[in-house]
Design a protein around this ligand. Sequence first.
Ligand SMILES: NC(=O)c1ccc[n+]([C@@H]2O[C@H](COP(=O)([O-])OP(=O)(O)OC[C@H]3O[C@@H](n4cnc5c(N)ncnc54)[C@H](OP(=O)(O)O)[C@@H]3O)[C@@H](O)[C@H]2O)c1
Length: 262
Amino acid sequence: MKLDQRRILITGAGGGIGRAMVEALNASGARTMGVARRQRSAVAGDPAEPQTWLQGDLTLAPDIDRVARAAIAWGADTVVHAAGVPAFGAFGQQPAEQTASVLQINLWSPMALTQALLPHLHQLPDARVVFVGSALGRIGIPGSAVYGATKAGLHRFAEALRRELAGSPVSVQWLGPRATQTAFNSPESVAFNQATGTASDPPEVVAEALLALLRSGAAERHIGFPERLAVRLNGALGPLIDGGFRKHRDALFATPSEGVTP
Ligand SMILES: NC(=O)c1ccc[n+]([C@@H]2O[C@H](COP(=O)([O-])OP(=O)(O)OC[C@H]3O[C@@H](n4cnc5c(N)ncnc54)[C@H](OP(=O)(O)O)[C@@H]3O)[C@@H](O)[C@H]2O)c1
C-alpha cells in the first residue's frame, strides 16, 4: 500500500501515540484528518498536526454519525482507531461508572464508527480499518482487568470482522502496542511498570509500527519482546502461567499510601 495516496482518518489524533502517528503519516505523504473531543484548528507548520480536525466525543452516537459523515465527504479510505482511555488499578476499587465509560470509548466507539463508515469503505477499491489495541488485550495482568477486557473485546471484534470482510475491499488490521511513554499512563501506572520491569516504548515506535502494518497489509502487528512471546504463551497455556504474574499482583497491592487491598 502506498501511503502517499491515502486519506487517513485518525481518532485520538491529539494524544501521545496519535500525534506521533499523524507526524509519521504526514511525513509519508498521506493526508490526515484527526478527531478531537474539543474544537480545534490545525496549527500551520506543526508536523504532528493533521491537515483537518473534526470535533467529536466518540462516546456519543450523534458525534459518531457526524464524524463519519464528514470523513466520508472528505474521502477517507483508511481509519485508525487510536482514541482510548486507561483504567489502571485494582478492580475492587474501581467505580462502576468508570467501567462503563471505559467500555464505551475503548470498545463501543470504534465498533460504532466502523459500522457508520462501512458502506462508504465498501465502495472503494482498497480500504483499511486499523484498531489500536494493547498487549494487555491479549494477556490479562493484575491491575488491568477492565482495560484489558476492553482491548480483548476489541481484538475479538477485529478478528471476526477481518474474517467476515475477507474478499471485500475492506481489510481489517490490528496494532498491539505495549506500554508507551505518553500521558495515558498515570504516575501509579508508571511506578507499577517500573516495579514489574515492564519496558515501555516512545510513541514514535508505535507510529513506525503503524506505517509498517499499513504497508505490509498484515492482519496484526505486535510491538515488543517479551510481550509477543508472553501473548503466545498465554494463548497456548492460559492458567498454567498464572504464577508468572505474582510480581504484578504484589506491585499492584504494594501501594502503601492508598492501602489498596483486593
Ligand atoms: N500509552 C500506552 O501505554 C498504551 C499502550 C498500549 C495501547 N495504548 C492505546 O493506544 C491508544 C492511544 O493511547 P495514548 O497513549 O496516545 O493515549 P493519550 O495520550 O491519553 O491519548 C488518548 C486520545 O484518545 C482521545 N479520546 C479519549 N476519549 C475520547 C472520547 N470520548 N472521544 C474522542 N476522543 C477521545 C483523546 O482525545 P482528546 O485529545 O481530544 O482528549 C486523546 O487524543 C489508546 O487506544 C490506548 O489504549 C496505549
